[in-house]
Design a protein. Structure first.
Length: 198
């Protein structure tokens, strides 16, 4: 009963719109059911994956206090530019990475889904902070307005826990996403010094 009360598709005035989107299928179905290219060349796909991993363009998008830590990652001390992700794009149509940094309220849910749908494929999502992952300290029965996990709305590739997580944690999340894209822990050119030949 309590779960029905908190169900994202049964509460507010936009419920019909979200139900229609849900009936069309999960947000990732369009990509999964895509027939793909006419011919596949594994070497070319591997090169493209390395290029994608080393030039992730995050969207300029923050919801709450975690966004301050995300901004800190772009500063000189942490310097996300070392990993090719310094270009925070102002439009979802130019981005391939959405970092959901903060609390997602039910009023914000349609906006998050619309932004995700406007991003070109392939697209990736990082859920940053406890609020984006599970509702955080707001995940109580009395607080009916917070979505307990952005993965109820859009597919998430990497979770970065913390309240709020430090910029180093988000950097680790980006490295994990690069590993997920390429299958290699440190994609070229960010190899460990210990891996270099003597």
């Amino acid at each position: 009963m309590a779960e029905d009360k908190k169900d994202v598709l049964r509460i507010h005035s936009y419920a019909a719109e979200l139900r229609a989107r849900n009936d069309r299928g999960a947000p990732g179905d369009l990509i999964e059911n895509d027939p793909g290219p006419i011919a596949r060349v594994p070497v070319v796909e591997k090169i493209l994956d390395v290029c994608r991993a080393n030039s992730l363009w995050p969207m300029t998008f923050g919801l709450a206090c975690c966004a301050i830590e995300m901004m800190g990652l772009g500063m000189a001390r942490f310097d996300i530019a070392r990993y090719g992700s310094e270009v925070f794009r102002p439009s979802p149509r130019q981005s391939d990475l959405m970092i959901v940094a903060g609390t997602v309220n039910k009023k914000m849910a349609p906006v998050v889904m619309t932004l995700y749908e406007q991003m070109p494929s392939p697209k990736y999502v990082i859920a940053m902070g406890n609020c984006a992952i599970s509702g955080g300290p707001f995940a109580v029965e009395e607080n009916y307005n917070v979505i307990e996990g952005v993965d109820r709305l859009i597919p998430v590739d990497v979770y970065v826990p913390g309240c709020p997580p430090r910029p180093e944690a988000l950097l680790e999340g980006i490295l994990k996403l690069q590993e997920k894209i390429t299958g290699v822990r440190h994609p070229f050119p960010q190899r460990k010094v210990s891996d270099a030949p003597n």
